[in-house]
Design a protein around this ligand. Structure first.
Ligand SMILES: [Zn+2]
Length: 493
């Protein structure tokens, strides 16, 4: 028997719960928590109940079982009921308001960023995005979907009679005394409406991300980034795929710029993700001609701003206007969709911005990704293999220790908990300007960055964070390895 489990922190996955049928689990008071190796870890209400142990063992045979006891009996009963709803709770969950409260409570407890209500042919899945991955959290009968979706649409101020057109709205509510803001979007599918709820509320974890210093920058990166924000003019561009955390970084930068209160900071966003104190936030609708990014930007520039944030540059007109405004004494922050920091330079030129304008205004190009952190409860260290040492340039005679994600009750068996950001930073120096004006491509500029500042590449930063135990080689491969190989040579070679 292992030491007691802190039940308030466990989050068994849907798959793990499925290993013991609900009825049996409730009858014997058993909550499966995780699969560690080939052993199922099961928390048992009564650690001395031999009959219960035998029952569980026979259910999950031939899998071996390790029994643990709950640290708190009341907490355990609550968790058992929540994960294996009994008839009373199941009945209660048929009421859409009770189901909504239940789903919200679980999403907050599991630190989910999004909730999806997915209708399928046979059932309705409630899925949650945790650390960037979707997990099924609850399965409901298909028939209940329409009522549940209708309830959410009413809360979000949407037209419930309209089921054939995508709609979006928002919900401000509370759960367990915590204010919760949700952005709601619906889209018709062949089995009914799919609803996505994005959690905009400030969880404790999210609050920490308000400060630049907590975003996972290494000291050198943080210094470069902060220095670029201290400039009176110029352009700072962040890039990365959707969900790479660039908005979080931008908001933290805006907060820092607005905090002293002596700058007029204006942001143009589509949509406004969350209010930032001291920032004039303008909502545009890029799909409508009436208030495009470019038009909003032109009018904002007449309002004497010191700092302008343009949510995203998608076209040449906006790009040119944004970069031109930096020539006349404004600091401009924006984002672009590219794979690498050097790609920001070439993308701007591809959009039609004259290279001289890019060269004279761009100060810093940043690419970022989010990588999962290994769970602190179950992470193990191992020595790097000779092959890995050869591949990554580590000393094979003295191989570094590498973290391995394992999986336990506290991380929903995923082996990961939370995420960290990795960054690539290209400072636009005279050397980089020369490359750009010579018409060199992304791969040439990347090669320059890799040779002059290998620690400032996504790859260099990710490997550094692997050695620090902040992420794993597996995460590095999944997120980085392929898409930054632009030099034609093997990136890991
Ligand atoms: Zn774990």
């Amino acid at each position: 028997m292992k030491s007691p489990v802190d039940i308030s922190r466990v989050r068994p996955s849907h798959d793990i719960l499925g290993l013991i049928p609900a009825k049996a689990a409730r009858a014997v008071g058993a909550l499966p928590l995780a699969v560690e190796g080939d052993v199922l870890v099961v928390c048992l209400a009564d650690a001395a109940d031999i009959a219960a142990m035998e029952r569980v063992e026979s259910i999950v045979a031939p899998r071996k079982v390790q029994f643990v006891e709950p640290g708190d009996a009341a907490e355990f009963r609550r968790a058992l009921r929540e994960n294996y709803p009994d008839a009373a709770l199941t009945g209660e969950l048929e009421r859409p308001e009770a189901l909504f409260a239940h789903v919200l409570r679980r999403a907050l407890a599991r630190n989910a960023s999004d909730i999806h209500i997915c209708p399928t042919e046979a059932e309705t899945l409630v899925r949650m995005r945790i650390d960037g991955r979707l997990q099924t959290d609850l399965v409901r009968p298909a028939e209940s979907a329409a009522e549940f979706t209708g309830y959410i649409k009413v809360l979000a101020g949407l037209d419930i009679s309209e089921k054939r057109t995508p709609q979006d709205g928002s919900i401000d509510t509370e759960s367990g005394g915590v204010a919760v803001s949700l952005r709601v979007a619906t889209v018709p599918t062949i089995y009914g409406e799919h609803v996505t709820l994005r959690m905009l509320s400030q969880t404790r974890e999210a609050k920490q991300l308000d400060a630049l210093a907590n975003l996972g920058f290494h000291p050198r990166q943080l210094k470069l980034f902060e220095e670029s924000l201290e400039m009176p003019d110029g352009v700072v561009v962040l890039s990365g795929p959707t969900g790479s955390g660039k908005t979080t970084t931008l908001y933290a930068a805006l907060r820092k710029l607005a905090a002293p209160g002596d700058l007029h900071v204006v942001s143009i966003e589509d949509p406004v993700e969350k209010p930032v104190a001291g920032v004039t936030q303008i909502k545009v609708d890029a799909r409508q001609e009436r208030v495009s990014f470019e038009k909003a930007l032109r009018s904002v520039l007449r309002h004497d701003p010191d700092v302008v944030m343009v949510g995203e540059i998608r076209d040449g007109e906006t790009a040119t206007t944004a970069l031109r405004s930096a020539l006349t004494g404004h600091l401009v922050l924006t984002t672009l969709h590219t794979n690498s920091a050097p790609g920001i330079l070439t993308r701007l030129v591809d959009l039609g911005v004259p290279p001289y304008l890019v060269a004279s205004t761009l100060r810093l190009a940043v690419a970022q990704r989010l990588l999962r952190k290994p769970c602190r409860e179950c992470m193990k260290w191992r020595a790097a293999t000779a092959e890995e040492c050869a591949k990554y340039g580590w000393d094979a005679a003295n191989p570094p220790r590498l973290p391995t994600a394992c999986g336990c009750a506290y991380c929903g068996n995923t082996g990961y908990s939370g995420r960290t950001a990795i960054y690539e930073m290209l400072c636009v120096t005279d050397d980089v300007r020369k490359l750009l004006l010579k018409g060199e491509g992304e791969s040439d500029i990347y090669r320059y960055l890799k040779s002059s500042a290998p620690d400032l590449t996504l790859r260099g930063d990710a490997l550094q964070k692997v050695l620090e135990g902040e992420t794993t080689l597996e995460e590095y491969h999944a997120a980085v390895a392929e898409d930054i190989d632009m030099s034609g040579e093997a990136i890991d070679g």
